[in-house]
Design a protein around this ligand. Structure first.
Ligand code: ATP
Ligand code: MG
Length: 417
């Protein structure tokens, strides 16, 4: 999602308006959490969470068309100027017997609401009307120093919610922050807890790390903090973490489809450049990839491997087929990570090959061959491939010659066909 700065401004105005109306009705209300943090870091937020002392029913009565998100949690979705803003009543949380969600939520005051949040930098409030930051957890100091610190007792906080271990990694990598020593120690000592977190949730956090933030540092932190085994079980192979060339090159990665390139870079680094289908499958299972993600990762690994192994000695047709693959550009970036000269060399050759068309429309199709009296079947596919190779290599001036070649290949005398 790419939100323009004009849209971000409009979203902010819509959110400020909700706070203003709550204030006018006599309720304390603030921006809370990520949106406060991001703005202090100079990044205009795309979504706003509001925390207020007003009870959910009061919020529902004040705004038209309000919806509840999980009623017991007291979070309301309020429409304002066409935007949807989350408004949550200040609360404290009970025990976490499932280590993911609090058993109960008790509406309370702003101090407790700040204290239930995960890290100090995520525990800030902002009063956008008075233009004030309200900091009950020491978040501003940590934000300035670049520190990820659990609010309260780190051990307790990671024990309550195991997923916070991965959230800490994600924020540290995204903002290039250090994880405070006690927080880091608690993360490492509780690494085993991650085994109990659902694969979907872990996959989701990985996806966020890859698409929003800095992937290389995130994966290095996972390794350095000793989280890898619990997270991946036996997926992929052990890695040589001194060599993270691929990972670094992928920061900042291509904007749109970042996940599969990031995964490919990571697998290559973990396995010292040699990754096979089974590695892709096991990581796909562990992190619950979609079929499309699996297909793209598999193609990236395969094309990368072939370009690496075959490019220099490959025929024109093979090079053109590789270069017209949808994942070729990603593969070049992965190669550039370890050998920039080689990447430039390959690109120069592609530029020359492109002059005669990397993927021209085939001169003949199956229908042409059937019309010429050939029989449908696997052999016809092979003939079409061979004819297309000849076309890519510039050996066929026109369609007639192409059909002649196909008939020749299909003739009984053509023994090796
Ligand atoms: P992002 O930019 O990734 O959305 P965020 O800080 O907004 O970052 P959210 O997951 O949207 O993260 O959560 C919003 C806020 O809710 C957080 O800033 C934090 O205060 C609180 N929060 C979210 N998840 C947790 C959690 N697992 N434990 C404690 N507090 C949490
Ligand atoms: Mg958020």
């Amino acid at each position: 999602m790419n939100v323009s700065s004009g849209q971000k401004k409009a979203i902010r105005e819509a959110a400020v308006d909700v706070v203003r109306r709550l204030h006018e009705a006599g309720h304390v209300a603030y921006f809370a959490g990520g949106c406060v943090r991001d703005r202090l870091l100079g990044q205009e937020p795309e979504d706003y969470d509001i925390a207020t002392e007003a009870l959910p029913d009061v919020v529902a009565d004040m705004f038209r068309g309000t919806r509840r998100v999980g009623e017991s949690f007291g979070v309301m979705l309020v429409r304002s100027h066409g935007h949807v803003i989350e408004v949550a009543t200040f609360r404290s949380e009970g025990a976490y017997s499932d280590h993911r969600h609090p058993d109960e939520v008790v509406f309370s005051n702003e101090h407790e609401d700040a204290a239930r949040r995960d890290f100090t930098i995520n525990g800030l409030f902002e009063d956008p009307i008075a233009e004030q930051i309200i900091d009950h957890v020491g978040g501003q100091t940590d934000l300035e120093a670049g520190t990820i610190r659990a609010i309260g007792e780190a051990d307790e906080r990671f024990e309550e919610d195991h997923l916070r271990i991965l959230r800490a990694v994600r924020f540290a990598a995204r903002f290039d922050f250090d994880i405070e020593a006690e927080t880091a120690r608690a993360m490492t000592s509780r690494a085993g807890n991650l085994k109990g977190v659902s694969a979907e949730r872990i996959g989701q956090e990985f996806r966020r790390m890859a698409t929003k933030g800095r992937w290389g540092p995130a994966m290095r932190l996972i390794s350095n903090l000793g989280l890898e085994e619990a997270l991946l079980e036996h997926a992929g192979r052990g890695g040589d973490w001194l060599r993270c060339d691929h990972l670094d090159q992928c920061d900042p990665p291509p904007a749109t489809h970042r996940f599969e390139p990031a995964m490919a870079a990571w697998l290559l680094d973990r396995a010292e450049g040699v990754v096979d289908e089974a590695d892709c499958e096991s990581i796909g299972d562990r992190l619950v990839f979609s079929n499309q993600e699996r297909a793209r990762l598999g193609a990236t690994i395969l094309v990368h491997e072939r370009v690496n192994a075959e490019w220099e000695g490959a025929s024109v047709a093979t090079c053109k087929r590789l270069a017209s693959s949808a994942v070729f550009e990603t593969c070049i970036e992965l190669i550039r990570a370890v050998d920039a000269d080689r990447a430039s060399f390959i690109e120069a050759r592609v530029a020359v090959l492109a002059e005669t068309g990397l993927a021209p429309v085939p001169l003949v199709a199956g229908g042409d061959l059937l019309a010429a009296g050939l029989v449908a079947g696997p052999e016809m596919g092979e003939i079409l491939d061979a004819v297309y190779d000849a076309q890519l290599e510039g050996r066929l001036p026109d369609r007639e010659t192409a059909i002649e070649m196909a008939i020749e290949l299909a003739s009984p005398g053509h023994a090796d066909g």
